[in-house]
Design a protein around this ligand. Sequence first.
Ligand code: UDP
Length: 241
Amino acid sequence: MASRVHLLGVDIDAVTMQQALEQIRGYLDGSESKHIMTPNNEMLVESTKNPRFKEVLQKSALNLPDSQGLLFAARWKGQRLPERVTGVDTVQALCQTLDERHPVFLLGAGEGVAEKAASVLQSRNPRLKIVGTFSGNPKPEYSQQIINGINAAQPHLLLVAFGAPAQDLWIAEHLPKMSSVRVAMGVGGTFDFVAGVKKRAPVFIRTIGFEWLWRFVQEPSRWRRMWRAVVVFPWLVLRSV
Ligand code: UDP
C-alpha cells in the first residue's frame, strides 16, 4: 500500500493512476465492499465544515487526488503526491480493463446522461458488462427504489454521480445494503464528460493545473465552488502548517 499525505485532517493516497487501478482491481477481486473517493480542493474545504463528510473521507478505502491543488498543497507541506488521479480518467481507464466478471452500474447525473455514458463506455470497451443505469436522486425518499434496482442488477462496481458531498454520503449510508457491490465510487461530473454533455479542458490546460478555470468559464454558476477551491483551500492549507 502506498503512503498517504495528510491534508486538512484527511489522508490522500500518494498513488499513480496505475497503482490506483491495481488497487481497485484488487478490491473488485476481493469479497469486502470498499468506498473510493476522489477528493479535490472544494471537498476538503467542505470537510472542515461538515463533520459527517470528514468522517466518510477518513474511512474510505482510497482517496485519489483529483485536483492539481492537492498536489501543490502536499508539496507545500513537504510531502509528495506523484500525480493527479481524476475520477473521470480512473473510470475510463478502469473500464478498459474490466470484463463480464465485474459488472458495472452507473447511478446519477441528469436524465438520460448515465445511459448515454454507458453506451459510450460499452462501445469503446466491448468486453465491459454494464448491468444498469439510473439517473436517480440522492434524497432519502428515493433510496429504497435505487437500492432495489441495484440489488436486482448485481453489479460489482457502482459509480455514483450525485456530486460531492451527496454522492459519498449516499454511498457511506447505503453500501452495506447492496451486497453484490465490491467497489462504490463517487465520480462527480464523470458521466457528463463521458457522454459528451460537458467538454473537458484541453490536455495542456489540465497539465498546467487550470482545469478549474476552464470549468468556471463554462459554468460561471460554479463561482462559489471556485472561490472555495482557489481562495479558501490555499488559505486553510497555509494556516494548517
Ligand atoms: N447530480 C445528480 N443529482 C443531484 C445533484 C447532482 O445527479 O441531486 C449530478 C449532476 O447532474 C452531475 C454530477 O451530479 O452529473 C455532479 O457533477 P459536478 O460537476 O458537480 O461534479 P464535480 O465533477 O465537480 O465533482
